[in-house]
Design a protein around this ligand. Structure first.
Ligand SMILES: [Zn+2]
Length: 74
């Protein structure tokens, strides 16, 4: 999932910045920000809910996550 190349200059010197999580229609989207260390461009990679590693979590773990629990029940 991690981009290997800058889409602007094709350099590989990318730094991952603090990701942002946004809730759209009760779906959590994680936006990863990458800054190219060569040309200075910043670009985003948006990961939708389906690509999160929910399989690694059982239901009890989800229920204990108060930050995500509101409006996110299946
Ligand atoms: Zn670049």
């Amino acid at each position: 999932m991690t981009p290997k190349y800058c889409p602007y200059c094709s350099e590989t010197r990318l730094e991952e910045l603090q990701p942002t999580e946004v809730a759209i229609d009760n779906v959590i989207w994680t936006i990863y920000h990458y800054e190219c260390q060569f040309c200075g461009e910043i670009f985003d990679r948006i990961v939708p809910e389906g690509e999160l590693e929910w399989e690694a979590m059982d239901e009890d773990d989800i229920m204990e996550s108060d930050d995500y629990g509101q409006g996110y029940q299946h």
